[in-house]
Design a protein around this ligand. Sequence first.
Ligand code: APR
Length: 174
Amino acid sequence: MKNRINIIHGDITKVAVDAIVNAANSSLLGGSGVDGAIHRIGGKQILEECQKIRAKQGGCSVGNAVITRAGNLPARYVIHTVGPRWGGGKQNEAELLRYCYLNSLTLAYDNNVSTISFPNISTGVYKFPKEYAAEIALQTINESLSNDSTIKQVNIVCYDIDNYNIYNKMIQNL
Ligand code: APR
């Protein structure tokens, strides 16, 4: 499966795919980091659709994901998922991060997405240890791809060089 996983060093808003995954917060109203970039570049259509989702179901709980169109981004969809804040490792953080990847991929399958980009969820403001997060991400994505052929390519877009080096090393042993 690993030949369907690309590790990219760059800005997720610049890579054209069917779906870009956003590391959002439960309010779905935007923030800093990749959330800030996606709303800034994507424009108000994304926020408007997030506000409709909020009106219907409230925000998005940790580990869950919602889907909107992508406004001005080079994509059809944005999948907003809310990663866990790192609290030391005893608050089910690993399981919740795994669900972020699983639930994002389920929404991708349900919407006939064939190319998708993930950021390194929870490893910025939420301070999840990068190596541990990479292990969870690669394992979950790899498992999910082995059960489904809809998705042809998963990009893991690493904005910082630390994550890029971690993923490049770890994917060799996948
Ligand atoms: N493209 C790709 N990755 C990016 C970009 C970008 N343009 N900008 C930041 N990143 C990377 C960070 O370097 C980090 O590795 O995304 C990863 C996740 O970091 P954050 O964006 O801080 O997300 P997270 O740690 O999940 O925290 C989410 O931050 O922005 C707020 O509203 C958001 O409250 C939420 C919290």
